[in-house]
Design a protein around this ligand. Sequence first.
Ligand code: WT7
Length: 629
Amino acid sequence: MITKISTLGGYLHEYEKSVADPAKFWSKIAENFYWRKNWDKTLEWNFDEPKIEWFKGGKLNITENIFERNLFLRARQKAIIWEPNDPEEECRSYTYDELYLEVNKFANVLRDMGVQKGDRVTIYLPMIPELAVAMLACAKIGAIHSIVFAGFSARALAERNNDAKAKILITADGGFRGNKVIPLKETADEAAQMAQDIEKMIVVKRTGKEVNMMKDRDFWWEDLMQNASPSASIEVMDAEDPLFILYTSGSTGKPKGVLHTTGGYMVYAAYTFKNVFQYSDNDIYFCAADIGWITGHSYIIYGPLLEGATTIMFEGIPTFPEPDRYWKIIEKHKVNQFYTSPTAIRALIAEGEQWIEKYELKSLKVLGTVGEPINEEAWHWYHDHVGKNRCPIVDTWWQTETGGIMISPLAGIIPTKPAFATLPLPGIQPVVVDKEGNMLEGRNVEGNLCIKHPWPGMARTLWGNAKRFKEAYFSTFPGLYFTGDGVKVDEDGYYRILGRIDDVINVSGHRLGTAEIENALNEHPLVAESAVVGFPHPIKGQGIYAFVVVPDLAPDIHDELRNSLKKGVAKLISPIAKPDEIRFVKELPKTRSGKIMRRILRKIVEGSTDFGDITTLVNPEIIKDLTEN
Ligand code: WT7
């Protein structure tokens, strides 16, 4: 197990060591794990190609580090406590032993279907234990899991499957979310028509609703598991063999298949989990994210299970059946660490204090937030009403691409400041650069956040697209990893994340590319073109504002068209991507080269008239039009 940093002095000391000799620092941490063979070289890298290799030549399996490494001590300890959507339904929990057997069984099911090391498997499941079993079974046999959030549409699922070329899709007859039933199998069937690679579907029974099962293609999970043997061998992986792909949005329309590999990701997920949350043996840890996002991968499953934690997996939503669900779960399971998003906190603030007042929440020791900047008001409410003024808040900044938390307080060790992610974790070397790439050193600076040295958890490439990997992260500022975020370093050297500076918007902690929403809008036969920008939204952090050009638009169909555009986006991408506001305009502000000037649209949405330099605008007369209506 990883030894926690326990004092501020300890942090400073570790940080210094990690910068002086990163390879030595990380190799010491990696020694905590079980390797079938030690690595030949700790780190090989350059950020030009880029090439990033950690623990090369080392042989291991991440599930052996979860199970065999923990089983002796924790066979009967709960690994996963599953809390269903409906509180009336019984909780299911799995000890390390029980989870191990389920994973083995499903590993055999996959092997029987012909899945081999390096094959991709798409997982499209709700937050049920089978999701954890499926991902770990993939890891056990060396298959690369590609989990697609169950809120995504058939098109989005097909697009991801087409990129990863997975032959197997794992889904469910449906999912429960609040009072809704999500017809996942129907969506998966629709996706399969657009995703020719899918040969087989494994379907978990969750809702019991009748679904269409195609002969020789679709199989019930339960049937396959019934006869599966509970013992399975691991696939011995190289440290740099792929572990998973996770798609995320970028500034172009096509999602990026972020690839994480085995050894470095394992070391980083476990190290950051243990230190940031200061997890102690027998603590109960609850991360309210969905496993469909990186937060769930690293901090519901891999990080906690590697460190022998008890992790809660929650199927539902915070407001069902009533807006006290989180507090109920925390009380019921005596949760010690709780991790959620600023959007969830703001939504619960809006429900009123009466929902939390009756809960003492005595078990809580640490609170965490992730996904978007947290405003001071939400920070204070979280601190006062949830933490009762005695729990440190860890505001954790990181990304799908970083694999784990990068800038964050260590709970109770690094003094916090509302809305600040505070300081980099050991091993992380952030730099701030201006537009031209000049380093802005020292304190009281503001600019673009980059990282100048590799860390074990970082993405290695984009699936099948090394060129785009280089362009997106290593080309804006050569020699540096570019995060896409703006940052401010204050007089204490504390980092405050300001949000995305590229064409990515962050809605409720979900990352969406403006281009993908525009593409979806443009598919409507009446739409000529569109431009999407984010705007400050009191609950969601950012809302989606769409400017849409519809030639010859009849005034009486405005509302109808707005509705049909919103529905269209939900259908093509996901309900998350639905614009909050749609405004019909005659033209969009463009540069001479035809590029939409989103900067101007952002100003308009904010109600500002300070447009800055507009000399490159080819149609300046439209500004008047846009500001007047
Ligand atoms: C983007 C990454 C990392 C898991 C969830 C999101 C924003 C993330 C914070 C934070 C301010 C944050 C950034 C980042 N972000 N955490 N604590 N404070 N902003 O992962 O979907 O890959 O999005 O989320 O803008 O670049 P993601």
